[in-house]
Design a protein around this ligand. Structure first.
Ligand SMILES: [Zn+2]
Ligand SMILES: [Zn+2]
Length: 265
């Protein structure tokens, strides 16, 4: 099994060290893991979601050291990536950071709509009296902009906007189709992310109709637990595999030095 998405305590909203995660992955029999701590956000955004810019070199060094140790002791394979939050101000920061860090993969994600951290449990009051159809439209508009930016290898948790179970009244099929076409046009993979199973919505990101749309457009997929604690490494990946098979996928991608390779499911 491959798990291409996890966070350490450096992210300020997760627990566990790199070594703790490697140990958990080994115990769970996972063959390849990739660390994807958050890149710092631009100025003006809260600093509680990501490491500070000065911590990036130590993060990379920690993961590379753990990779070497793990290689010498029988695995798992340890890869080094980041999750880069898309906000309108972030492209120069993301481009500069990812060009210089020697990463294996760059996940792109949308956690903010017009400055609101819509997936933060502390901010959930913002859903009160909100036009959910409008929120979904604005969320997917940002997702498509992120995908089209050319900054990312993978779109992480593609329908994160459903996290607290607020679904639009209008059929979201067009939003899924548009996003799938944008992914295909820009050569970006879609992530099947199991964190949603552990959130109020209780389902994987993306929903099966969304993943079906990606499959029809020939968009490749990755999978990840988005673990925020060592005990979550690999969580739900059996369900992710089932969802991928249901959508017609027979492989997922793994990225090394930002070059993808297919691995059979
Ligand atoms: Zn995320
Ligand atoms: Zn994440």
């Amino acid at each position: 099994m491959i798990d291409l998405h996890m966070h350490t305590s450096r992210c300020r909203h997760a627990v566990g060290s790199v070594a703790d995660y490697v140990q958990a992955a080994r115990a769970a029999g996972i063959s390849t893991i990739c660390f994807t701590d958050h890149l710092p956000l631009p100025g003006g955004y809260p600093d509680c979601y990501a490491m500070g810019a000065d911590e990036l070199p130590a993060y990379i060094a920690d993961v590379h050291e753990a990779a070497a140790l793990s290689r010498a002791s029988g695995g798992p394979e340890v890869l080094c990536g980041v999750e880069a939050d898309w906000v309108p101000e972030s492209p120069p920061l993301i481009a500069a950071a990812t060009a210089s860090l020697g990463l294996d993969v760059v996940l792109g994600s949308v956690h903010f709509v017009e400055g609101w951290a819509f997936d933060d449990p502390e901010e959930v009051g913002g859903y009160q009296d909100l036009d959910i159809d409008g929120l979904w439209a604005r969320y997917f508009e940002q997702v498509c902009k992120a995908v089209a930016s050319g900054l990312f290898d993978v779109l992480a948790h593609p329908d994160l906007v459903k996290k607290f179970g607020y679904f639009p009244e209008a059929d979201p099929t067009d939003l899924y189709e548009e996003t799938a076409k944008t992914l295909a046009a820009h050569g970006v993979a879609v992530e099947v992310n199991t964190a949603g199973l552990r959130k109020p919505v209780g389902e994987i990101y993306p929903a099966l109709p969304f993943l079906n749309a990606c499959r029809r457009q020939g968009v490749p997929a990755t999978m990840g637990s988005d673990a925020h604690a060592p005990g979550e490494v690999g969580a739900g990946l059996t369900s992710a595999r089932e969802l991928l098979l249901a959508a017609g996928y027979d492989s997922v991608l793994v990225f090394r030095s930002r070059v993808s390779q297919e691995v059979a499911l």
